[in-house]
Structure formats: C-alpha cells, structure tokens
Design a protein around this ligand. Structure first.
Ligand SMILES: [Zn+2]
Length: 341
C-alpha cells in the first residue's frame, strides 16, 4: 500500500527525532495492515501536545495526504531548521495520518467491516440527527454504520482513542486536528460538540484560538464553528475524547476537524461527478498542489498555536468575555433564526 510505504520512509528519514508506534493490525481478507503513529518533540507532560490525524474515512484520501505532506515538510526541516528544533522543545507532536488503512486501500468511507469510525464512539446524540447520515445501526452494508449495539469500538477507533489518551491527555493542554473532505463549498474548521447543540466547557479557549487565527491570517477562508451548527451525529470520536479529557483534572483538549469543501473542486471540474473518488478529492494535479499548500500552512499555524499556547490562552479575568463573544458568534444567532441545517 503506497501510503503505508511512504509513512515508513518518512519515519526512517526522520530518525533519530521521530518515534514509530505500532498500534495494532487491521485484518483484511487473508492479510492485515498495520496501524502506525509517530511522535516527536518534548515528551514532558508540562508542555502542550498537538496531534494530526487523517484517513479516518478511507474515501477522503486528501485528508491523509495533507497530514502526510505536513509531516514530510517537518522531516525535511529537521535536517537544517534550527528554529524548528527550538520549537520542538516546547511542544509534543503526535501523528496518525492513516487511521483507517483498510478503508484507504479499498477506497471506502468505512473500515473493512463496514463501520464508519466517526460514528463508532460511545456517544449518543442529544437531539434529532439527520436520517442515516447521523449514524445508523441498520446494516454494515449501508453508509454511516455505527457498529453493532453492545460491540466494543473498532480496532482503528480504539487505537486512535488509546493513542490520544496515552500521548496527549497526559499533557496539561493539547490541540488535535483531524483532516476530512467532502462537505460543501467552503473549508470548515469544526469543534465539538457534534452530538449536542450545547456549548463545550472550553468555549472561551476555543474562541481565543479562533481569534488568533482571524488576526494572524486575516485573509483565511476557513469557516470556524461548532459542528452542531451544521448537523448532529451519534458516535463522534472527538466528542468522546473531549469528554474523556474533561474527566481528568488539569487537562484540556481542543479538538478540531478540518472539513475541506470538495464541492468546489467538483464545480470547477464537473467530470469528477462521475467518479466516486472525485466527490471527495481534487483530481487535477495543480488543484491538488494548491489544496495541499493551503492546508499545510494551516496545520503549521496549529503547531505554532499549540507551542505558544500559554501566550494566547485567555487569562481567568478574560474567560467570561471570550465566552460571551463565542455565544454571540456561534450559538445565540442560530437559536434566534432557528438556522441549523
Ligand atoms: Zn470524513
């Protein structure tokens, strides 16, 4: 599988700075595929952690590619960039670019058992979810299958959750980015919750992060919002991990999901409509390059934001102000107009 080979090559090229973690194996027919993660930077629990994830949905190949391209650029900079080495002293990095290697191999959204990993966590939506899309237990042959009731989480979801708990939640604060594609015309950055329209406990911190993004990259095109503004789902892995983090004393996880708006690529090249992969990925070379460039720059912003967290996290006396601003921006308006798709 080319993506797995590429990841092994990157790990090799990044020695001795990169550590390789074998998280398990996914069975596929006769054979199997490894679940791999990479860590680098300072393991001290006192420094913040940042995690980059991709390939949860096998069909959304561009998500894995963005994370791999970002890792590749870091690996090449490790050879010469002393500013990178300095910043690695103040942050821990975790990468899992191929969460669902079986799905990537088969070009399916779900894993080889037909389970949608992003509907597979033990989280039940607190309001009505869109039919099917919000998660279903009817059949593994249909999309958005959550898994059989009472079954443990899938190997891939379990591996991701264990990795986050072990490598990130031991740190006082962390940010995660999970890269997806396929929703709408705009590039979106979603934060929890996906299972309820209620705001998260760390809304002030999330707003402060959005504020430094808006101020630093004034021309950025991302729509930054809680996922619940678009639709609710069952089983969201990041809702689950966010709540796990909240159960721990002195622990904060700010999970972000990048949803690259693939309809724009389809609009510019309508022939993509006739290819399943084309609905979720830029198929034309120059567009692919542009997509990678734009989102690598954003992942680099997230890395810097994580490393400099202590500088922008709101001080206690400013939390209430950030929370008010966030409620106005993301929650009150949608209640007034009832505008939630
Ligand atoms: Zn996805």
């Amino acid at each position: 599988m080319p993506e797995l080979n590429a990841l092994e090559c990157l790990i090799e090229a990044g020695r001795p700075y990169l550590e390789r973690h074998h998280l398990g194996r996914v069975t596929m027919g006769e054979g199997g595929l490894p679940l791999l993660a990479v860590t680098l930077g300072n393991p001290d629990p006192a420094v913040p952690a940042v995690g980059f994830f991709g390939g949860v949905h096998g069909l959304e190949r561009i998500g894995a590619e963005v994370v791999m391209a970002f890792l590749a650029s870091l690996v090449s900079r490790l050879r010469w960039d002393s500013s990178l080495h300095r910043s690695l002293e103040s942050v821990r990095l975790v990468f899992m670019p191929l969460v669902n290697p079986g799905g990537l191999w088969r070009a399916t959204r779900a894993n080889p058992k037909g389970v949608d990993l992003m509907r597979n966590a033990p989280v039940q939506a607190g309001g009505p979810v869109p039919w099917m899309v919000g998660g279903q237990r009817i059949s593994a042959k249909l999309p958005w299958f959550m898994g059989e009731i009472g079954e443990p989480m899938e190997t891939e979801s379990r591996a991701l959750c264990d990795l986050v708990e072990r490598e990130m939640l031991g740190h006082v604060s962390s940010i995660s980015v999970d890269c997806h594609s396929g929703f709408g015309l705009a590039d979106r950055i979603w934060f929890p919750f996906a299972h309820t329209a209620k705001p998260i406990q760390h809304l002030a911190e999330m707003h402060a992060l959005c504020e430094i993004l808006d101020q630093t990259h004034a021309q950025h095109r991302y729509v930054f919002e809680p996922q619940s503004r678009q639709y609710l789902t069952h089983g969201d892995l990041w809702d689950h991990l966010y709540m796990r983090a909240c159960e721990r004393p002195n622990c904060m996880l700010l999970p972000l999901t990048l949803e690259m708006g693939s309809w724009l690529w389809v609009k510019k090249n309508p022939r993509q409509l006739f290819s399943r992969s084309g609905m979720f990925n830029p198929l034309i070379e120059h567009r692919q390059q542009r997509v990678l460039r734009r989102h690598i720059a954003w992942l680099d912003f997230v890395l810097r934001a994580a490393a400099g967290m202590q500088r922008w996290l709101p001080r206690p006396e400013l939390r209430a102000w950030h929370e008010e601003m966030a409620l106005d921006r993301w929650y009150r308006q949608s209640v007034q107009t009832g505008a939630r798709a």
